[in-house]
Design a protein around this ligand. Structure first.
Ligand code: UT7
Length: 334
C-alpha cells in the first residue's frame, strides 16, 4: 500500500493595496485619536483597496506573484479554496472568479470562518492532499474589509484593513517538514457578538436593511476580546502540549492580528519571548482571513523563515471560531 505523504506549504505570497491610511486619517472624521488606537490595538496604519478592486483582484495579484516567484506551472493546480467574509458576490464563489481570472483548470470553493478562515482552509487543503483527493491546492485568505466597514462607527472602523495572502499546499517527499497537527474549535453562541446581519437569507437586502446599517460589520469588542484572549491562547497552548513542545521548541508564533494585547497574551501562555512572534498589525490592521498568510509571506520574503523551523499558527474569529496549527516550514530560503 502506498504510504500517505505529508502535506506542506511549498509556496507563499501576498498582496496589500498601495493606499495607506494612518490613524490620524480618522481623527478628522470620527471622535478618536492615534493614541487611543495605538494603545488599545497596536495598529498604526492600514491599507484600503480602491473602490474598483474586489477581494478576487487582490487574490489574483498575490497568486500571480507567487506563480512567478516560485516558478509554478499553474496548470498543475487542481483546487482553489478561498477563505473570506467579503466575497465578490454572494454567489458565484470568489474561488470561481479567481480560477477564471488565473486561467486555472481547478475546481474550488469559498470557506466562511471569518478571521479563522485561512487556518480552516489550510486544514481542509491538507486533508484533501493527504487523502489523495487533490495534488496541489491554492489556499487563499483575503478580505476587503473596507467594503463592509461603517466609517461612522469608531468602535469598528479603525480596526480593519484590506489584504490577501496565498499559499500552495501539496505533498512532499521529506517527511521531516510539513503540516504536523491542527486543533480547531467553534462556539456558535458567539454569533451575535461579531457579525454582518443583512444580505443573507435571514435579512435580504432591502431599503430597511440599508437604512438600519445592517450591511456593515458589527462587533461587541469587549465581549469578543474576552473570548479571543482565552481561546486563541488556549488553542496555541493545546497544540504545543499535545505535541510535547515547550516555548523553547517553537521558532515562530504566527497569530491572527486583531489586537496586540491578544497576541501578547497568547505568546505569554506559550512561554514565548516577543522576538519569536510575527507581528505586522501596526502596518495592516486586521485583514481578517488575510492576516496569517500575509505574515508568512512577509517573513519568508525577509529571509527570516528557515527550512525546518517549528511554526505555530493561532487564530480566533467570528462564529466564534478558533484554531491552531503546527508546521515545520518546508520552503527553502532563496
Ligand atoms: O478579529 C476577530 C476577533 N476580534 C477581536 O479579537 C477583537 C477583540 N476586541 C478588541 O480588540 C477590543 O475590544 C477593541 C480594540 C475593539 C476595543 O478595546 P477595549 O479596550 O475593549 O475598549 P472598549 O470597547 O471597552 O471601549 C473603551 C472606551 C469606550 O468609551 P467609554 O464607554 O469608556 O466612555 C468606547 O466608547 O473607548 C471608546 N472607544 C473609542 N475611543 C476612541 C471605542 N472605540 C474608540 C475609538 N476611539 N476608535
Amino acid at each position: 500500500m502506498k504510504s500517505v505523504q505529508r502535506a506542506a506549504i511549498t509556496a507563499v505570497s501576498h498582496y496589500v493595496p498601495e493606499d495607506i491610511y494612518p490613524n490620524t486619517w480618522f481623527e478628522s472624521k470620527i471622535e478618536t485619536s492615534d493614541e487611543w488606537i495605538r494603545s488599545r490595538t497596536g495598529i498604526i496604519e492600514r491599507r484600503f483597496a480602491p473602490q474598483d478592486m474586489a477581494t478576487s483582484h487582490m487574490i489574483v495579484r498575490a497568486s500571480e506573484r507567487m506563480f512567478a516567484d516560485f516558478s509554478i506551472d499553474k496548470s498543475t493546480i487542481d483546487c482553489v479554496v478561498v477563505a473570506t467574509v467579503t466575497p465578490d458576490y454572494v454567489f458565484p464563489s470568489t474561488a470561481a472568479i479567481v480560477q477564471n481570472a488565473l486561467g486555472l483548470k481547478a475546481w474550488g470553493f469559498d470557506l466562511s470562518a471569518a478571521c479563522s478562515g485561512f487556518v480552516f482552509a489550510l486544514e481542509t487543503a491538507r486533508r484533501m492532499v493527504e487523502s489523495g483527493g487533490a495534488r496541489r491546492v491554492l489556499v487563499c485568505g483575503a478580505d476587503k474589509m473596507s467594503s463592509i466597514i461603517n466609517f461612522e462607527d469608531r468602535a469598528t472602523c479603525v480596526l480593519f484593513g484590506d489584504g490577501a495572502g496565498v499559499v500552495l499546499v501539496e505533498s512532499i517527499e521529506d517527511d521531516t517538514v510539513g503540516i504536523l497537527d491542527a486543533f480547531m474549535g467553534m462556539d456558535g453562541s458567539g454569533c451575535d457578538s461579531l457579525r454582518m446581519e443583512a444580505g443573507g437569507s435571514r435579512h435580504p437586502a432591502s431599503h430597511e436593511t440599508v437604512e438600519k446599517k445592517m450591511h456593515y460589520a458589527y462587533q461587541d469588542g469587549k465581549t469578543v476580546f474576552k473570548s479571543a484572549v482565552v481561546q486563541m491562547a488556549d488553542a496555541a497552548y493545546q497544540i504545543m502540549s499535545r505535541n510535547n513542545l515547550t516555548g523553547d521548541d517553537v521558532r515562530w508564533l504566527v497569530p491572527h492580528q486583531a489586537n496586540l494585547r491578544i497576541i501578547d497574551a497568547t505568546a505569554e501562555r506559550m512561554g514565548l519571548s516577543p522576538e519569536k512572534v510575527m507581528i505586522n498589525i501596526e502596518k495592516y490592521g486586521n485583514t481578517t482571513a488575510g492576516t496569517i498568510p500575509i505574515c508568512l509571506s512577509e517573513w519568508h520574503a525577509k529571509g527570516q523563515l528557515d527550512y525546518g523551523d517549528t511554526v505555530v499558527l493561532a487564530c480566533f474569529g467570528g462564529g466564534y471560531t478558533w484554531g491552531s496549527m503546527l508546521l515545520k516550514w518546508a520552503i527553502k530560503r532563496t
